[in-house]
Write a protein that binds this ligand. Structure first.
Ligand SMILES: [Zn+2]
Length: 266
């Protein structure tokens, strides 16, 4: 891979690190292996304080501290924090002398460039594109069961896994998180969902549509159910098809997964 003509993206940097360290072809990815033989120390600690993680210089050497908050180093949240700090190490270590990174709350929607870069690096090392491509090639379509299985295998959170899969998938799918009042907290469509001009951004901040399975079954998990397109899509939309809907409870709310099927899909 030649990157001479453009600045490597955080995903490029992450893919290079995975390749250099010989990890990233099996799940879960070992985070310790990512920093093996590098001038950085990795320490886990357990505190009720808000700080999730930080990287700073200790006696001139880079040091990463990950707060497990009683959840253990292998908890998906601790792993994301750790991967995020490793992202700072590989991309921003020259900044450490002037500015250590103290992450009191890692915000996936952060607009700050260094935070975005650390998050993108973390997503790529925890769920490498190469593995995702292999998995996608092996299956007819992506569904919520696939995401749940992958999160379990990769030891990543269901939320982060769902977002990552939907963003990389070439299926017409969309995922959202709803709170206990059935209001949509965030929504992420795949490129193909967006390309078909299926609705998504308008869902944010509103209750799920009345005709949806999510509205009829406001609690608990449900497997894929087929609903009329009209349940989710305004009637002026000029195609036939249906929506396949499924849901899974998570500690942060309920994950709703939508797949679009053409008229003859089953
Ligand atoms: Zn950070």
């Amino acid at each position: 891979m030649t990157l001479r003509h453009r600045t490597p993206t955080p995903s490029d940097v992450a893919a290079q690190v995975l390749a250099d360290k010989g990890v990233g072809s099996r799940l879960p990815v070992s985070l310790e292996a990512l920093v093996a033989d590098e001038p950085v120390d990795l320490t886990y600690y357990d505190s009720a304080r808000r700080t999730e993680g930080r990287i700073e210089l200790v006696d001139g050497r880079a040091a990463i501290f990950v707060n497990t908050r009683g959840r253990g180093a292998d908890h998906p949240r601790s792993r994301f924090t750790c991967a995020h700090e490793i992202g700072h190490f590989y991309q921003h270590r020259r900044l450490l002398r002037a500015k250590p990174f103290h992450d009191s709350h890692i915000d996936l929607e952060s607009k700050a460039q260094t935070e975005r870069e650390a998050n993108e690096f973390a997503s790529e090392v925890l769920l490498p594109s190469k593995i995702l491509r292999e998995r996608f090639n092996r299956m007819r379509y992506v569904d919520l069961d696939f995401i749940v299985g992958l999160a379990d295998e990769a030891n990543t959170s269901l939320q982060a896994t769902a977002i990552r899969v939907v963003r990389r998938s070439q299926d017409r799918i969309c995922v959202m998180l709803v709170d206990e009042t059935s209001r949509v907290t965030w929504v992420v469509p795949s490129d193909d969902w967006r390309e078909l001009r299926l609705p998504w951004s308008g869902f944010k901040g509103k209750a799920v549509p009345e005709q949806s399975v999510a509205a009829r079954k406001p609690a608990g998990n449900y497997r894929e159910e087929r609903v009329d397109l009209g349940a989710w899509v305004p009637s002026q939309w000029d195609r036939d098809g249906s929506i396949f809907e499924s849901a899974r409870d998570t500690p942060f709310g309920r994950l709703i997964f939508l797949g679009f099927g053409d008229g003859d899909d089953d």
